[in-house]
Design a protein around this ligand. Structure first.
Ligand code: GDP
Ligand code: MN
Length: 513
């Protein structure tokens, strides 16, 4: 579920004719006094963060003078929720409230209909008054029955003269939710002012993930459930997922407070929900702090797993890399092994790695991973389904302790063979290029490369590999070329390199585009 900030939600309400307080978003404390002046007099300041109950946390404050506004803004802009600092504060005219109503729209899975929750007894503490809240089903074709809303109002302390304006606002709120395909839209409180105007004083909207692509106007970076604004790496990961539909890739960074008192920060790479959870528990039980959650499953390509590993390793302060998932994956695990081996080799991995590659063809997968990483400074160990997550986590802890150096992922950097971008030959594939150092090839090796690439390459007649398929077919074969790259490496003949730069992390090798 993608969430919108309060102000963005209110702006959408306004576009649908709902009255909202005049307001402006600031990012610096010194902007507060200008905002106050423009709004004229008393203002309310509100942190724009994805948290509930801001008022109780000091995230809603009132100010009457420029000094008050600026000092409230500077406190708020210094606040931190999880590891996400408050970056925006909404400064709004403070409106004189006569009545507060709770209005919430959700898609009710049981009722299989949008549901309007309405409470007319004041805003906060709604959780404790669940029994008082009216629930009205909304017809997908005809909307709400105004009469049903009026009945609820008649049963409330709200004077009847205000009822038409409240019904009108609720109809507009429903129209807003419908237009943006909201999964939920809450206005808490919808307020009736002393002069009778009905105003949305707060707004939280979540958009259905599957509808996000229809709403570029909302500017949602990541159509997935996150409890914080997307980090740079999460945005990069999301783009990778959007551009490659082979299997699924999910990456989210986790709160890391207090990791200094534990055994260290680590990168986590799961495969398959339940097994990943078990594995996260196992490695947390060893005292490690997970910098991230990551899942590559559903038969991901080697290229996708490679990119996932690269993104994980881009995080700072990691002491190791722990991968473990379902353990009984039906996907061919060697695709993942190739992708991981490529990432670790490119990064000249120095941190301990334990990967549980349980599942189909696991022996071959473990063999590929360990053999391809044998010359790296790091110890890289692969395990199988019969090795429990707890066992693997324990082994990982031993390796991290043995290493016991000050080194972390901060010191890692990507290295690309010197001949890439130079005299070697290249052809484009989706998302990058394949480079072949033809001057180091011979007929024997070329014959093997034809096999390792699954027939994508053949001997050009002079003992040098050339494409055996059309450029279009080759372009889709990034994972097969990764397999070929790793097999060349294992054979001690690293003559092929798949350059798959990740936008936002790498620059493209010179001359390769
Ligand atoms: P939340 O605590 O995160 O839900 O933040 P809200 O924006 O809903 O504000 C919390 C409460 O502050 C509301 O229920 C109101 O009682 C009060 N409040 C917010 N804006 C105003 C305003 O403009 N005028 C007045 N008088 N009270 C306000
Ligand atoms: Mn609220």
């Amino acid at each position: 579920m993608a969430r919108l900030h309060e102000y963005q939600g209110k702006t959408l309400l306004k576009q649908h004719g709902v009255t909202i307080p005049a307001g402006t978003v600031i990012r610096k404390p010194e902007e507060a006094s200008d905002a106050l002046e423009t709004l004229g007099g008393r203002v309310v300041l509100k942190v724009q963060a994805w948290i509930t109950g801001r008022k109780a946390l000091g995230g809603v404050q009132f100010a009457e003078t420029a000094e008050e506004a600026e000092s409230a803004a500077s406190v708020m802009l210094g606040m931190q929720f999880g590891h996400f600092p408050v970056q925006e504060v909404l400064v709004e005219e403070c409106v004189p409230i006569a009545h507060e109503l709770f209005v919430s729209l959700t898609i009710d899975d049981a009722a299989r209909a949008p549901m309007l929750l309405l409470d007319c007894h004041g805003g906060s503490g709604i959780e404790d008054r669940a029994a008082d809240v009216a629930r009205l089903a909304i017809s997908v074709t005809d909307g709400i029955h105004p009469q049903a809303v009026r009945r609820v109002l008649l049963d409330s302390p709200i004077p009847e003269e205000h009822h038409p304006a409240v019904v009108d606002a609720i109809e507009k709120i429903i129209a807003t939710a419908r237009t943006v395909e909201a999964r939920s839209l809450e206005v808490n409180p919808l307020v009736i002012l002393e002069d009778g105007r009905v105003v949305a004083a707060d707004c939280r909207i979540t958009i259905d993930d599957y509808a996000v692509f229809r709403h570029p106007e909302l500017g949602i970076e990541i159509a997935r459930e996150l409890d914080h604004p997307a980090t740079m790496l999460e945005q990069i990961a999301y783009r990778v997922e959007q551009q490659d539909h082979r299997g699924t890739f999910y990456f989210a960074q986790l709160p890391i407070e207090g990791h200094e008192s534990g055994r260290g920060l680590i990168g986590f790479h799961g495969a398959g929900g339940g097994g990943s959870m078990m594995s996260m528990d196992a490695v947390s039980n060893e005292g490690f702090t997970l910098a991230n959650f990551c899942d590559t499953s559903g038969n991901p390509s080697a290229a996708k797993v490679y990119r996932a590993a690269r993104i994980i390793l881009e995080q700072k302060g990691l002491k190791g890399y722990f991968g473990s998932g379902s353990g009984v994956a039906s996907q061919e695990q060697f695709h993942s092994a190739y992708g991981l081996a490529k990432a670790f080799n490119e990064m000249k991995m120095t941190l301990p790695v334990v990967i549980r590659l349980g599942g189909n063809a696991e022996d071959r997968a473990v063999d590929i991973l360990e053999d391809a990483c044998r010359d790296l400074p790091a110890t890289v160990e692969g395990y199988r389904k019969d090795d429990t997550p707890a066992f693997c986590a324990d082994r990982f802890a031993t390796l991290v302790d043995e290493k016991a150096g000050p080194g972390t992922s901060d010191a890692l950097g990507r290295s690309v063979p010197g001949w890439v971008g130079g005299a070697a030959e290249a052809f484009p594939i989706e998302g990058g290029h394949v480079w072949i150092n033809t001057s180091e090839c011979d007929a024997d090796l070329t014959a093997k490369m034809a096999e390792w690439s699954g027939g994508l390459l053949e001997d050009d007649g002079n003992g040098v590999p050339t494409l055996a398929v059309t450029p279009e077919e080759a372009a889709k074969a990034d994972s097969e070329f990764i397999a070929c790259e790793i097999e060349c490496l294992r054979a001690g003949r690293p003559v092929l390199f798949v350059d798959l730069p990740i936008a936002g992390i790498d620059t493209v090798a010179e001359g390769s585009c």
